[in-house]
Design a protein around this ligand. Sequence first.
Ligand SMILES: Nc1nc2c(ncn2[C@@H]2O[C@H](COP(=O)(O)OP(=O)(O)OP(=O)(O)O)[C@@H](O)[C@H]2O)c(=O)[nH]1
Ligand SMILES: [Zn+2]
Length: 373
Amino acid sequence: MGTAERPRAADHGVRQLSGNAPDPSASRRVAQAVDALRHGWPIRVGEAPVLVPVETAADTGATSTRALISAARAATLKLSNRAEAADGHRPVLIRAADPLTLADARPIADPALDLVHPLKGPFAVEAIACLPEAEAAMELARIAGILPAFLFGPEGAGEPLRLKASDLAAWADPQSLAIATRARLPISCSEEAEIIAFRKPDDMREHVALVIGNPDFDRPPLVRLHSECLTGDIFGSLKCDCGPQLDGALERMAEEARNGGWGVLLYLRQEGRGIGLINKLRAYRLQDAGFDTVDANARLGLPVEARDFPTAARMLDLLGITAIRLLTNNPAKVAALEGAGVLVTERVAHQLPANPHNERYLATKRDRSGHLL
Ligand SMILES: Nc1nc2c(ncn2[C@@H]2O[C@H](COP(=O)(O)OP(=O)(O)OP(=O)(O)O)[C@@H](O)[C@H]2O)c(=O)[nH]1
Ligand SMILES: [Zn+2]
């Protein structure tokens, strides 16, 4: 089979990370900050006070009367009204009467502990003097896959990892994504398949593309953007439609290949629509308590949709693909790809039968997330 790329230099599309990459030191600071948050280490964004991540920090005695939490958590704690919390991921600074330890702050951060733990109130809401820095901290928590909550300017926090709010743009820039390697990968639905792996220097997530059939660059391939869903893709979870959609997409691409066409599956490592596995499972717990998929994310103080479609557009570009037929029910995916310069010549519906466990999930996608189901 051919290689899934227009003819290029002798590097076979395996490109070195160089060229017009965004500011590497800014991007590296974000990677280090994400790593720090996963370890529970303090960070300092710009000149704002030091922040200690409530979920992951070891309780070494740091205390503060102030905590940075999400608007959604503030609303749940009756600290700001619901209308204000329309963007639940927005940062809110709260002040307690007495210093909070990490143990005091955990029930403030985690909706799973609502009703279980008494809160150490009363709290008041304070204006945030460093809003871009506070917003960057909330985004860093999402990227790190932790609860978006910090002790604010605590005593005894230790040396923080420093970065700037503007560093996030360099980290997110898809231009630094490159093909790392590629190999033939016969799969059960098609022996004519190739896997191509992509990497960014400051992001541990390794995205992959599967090219099925013989690339014909004069013919737009059938493309599926699939965001990682460990529970659905691997364990056959019935709570969503990801597993059957993945299998169905590969079958349809194999069918295309049998008819002289080709298909490309982009497997994007953005679990839980970009909130990460652990936060998705927290959302599942909230769903068991009656919240739908949209409200469960919001109640965690996380965006309902945090996927990065420009990265998918960059992957297509690296594969030499400019026009596609997109397998999706989600018009936002079409718009996002077109916004990133990909020509979507056709949207191909990708609806699979519901089961009793995902009926509500699919209805919510239709009624609240604009899916054409
Ligand atoms: N946060 C959250 N993520 C979920 C939930 N259920 C599934 N997901 C994630 O949703 C993503 C799957 O979305 P896709 O199937 O790629 O896309 P879509 O927006 O549904 O659009 P289609 O292309 O029509 O399927 C995966 O990252 C899943 O992990 C949930 O209840 N909460
Ligand atoms: Zn899923």
